[in-house]
Design a protein around this ligand. Sequence first.
Ligand SMILES: [Ca+2]
Ligand SMILES: [Ca+2]
Ligand SMILES: [Ca+2]
Length: 236
Amino acid sequence: MPNLHASLQRRYSYKNYNWTQHIDECENGTVCPSGICFNEPGGHSCGSCPDGFVGQGGHCMDIDECHDERVCIRGLCLNTEGSFLCQCGPGFRLSSTGDQCDDVDECQEEMAPCQALGECVNNMGSYTCTCPGGYRQIDGTSCIDVDECLEETELCSPHGTCLNTKGSYLCVCDTGFTASLDAPSCDDIDECGLNETRCGPHGYCENRLGSFQCLCDQGYQESQDGQACEGECSMY
Ligand SMILES: [Ca+2]
Ligand SMILES: [Ca+2]
Ligand SMILES: [Ca+2]
């Protein structure tokens, strides 16, 4: 209490003054707004204004800290007598210095907000949960599989059936078809192109949609399914 000490010193230096005739204004605690009062012969003086106030001695005025744009950054500043309050909105937290609002990094908090598969991405005042391909965000925090087969009814048609999987889907192709490399559909298998001698030495292979047909040389006959040539001998 250096000011109290100074006051006592000053009182001590006037020890020879006739105190019986002197009125001590400092006894009335309201004479100095600063709260620091020096009793003097024939009067008094006031100490400097306390923190948060500006002025000299008897005249102290509250400082409006909120006028300073460096105070309470990103927050709502409320001036008070001798100080100020900084109120932070959702997604922000008062800094340790108490004079600005800092973004809360929700992704680093103990209770991470994103559910399984959701990747947390922090941003100023909030966060987002991003989902991997084939998943869609719900409730802002969770990722669910997209059922591509339900949402795009023409997928894999007309020669295949769509099968939903977690994070993707499959085209299950009809017999004679195979999944297309460049579209979600099923392409005809060119059985003849894959195996030119498919119909043996006595037949010509002709590709058909979803199948193939053997055209047999004279003296040979197509098998029941049309996919081989049989000599007359084998028929008996
Ligand atoms: Ca944030
Ligand atoms: Ca899926
Ligand atoms: Ca074919």
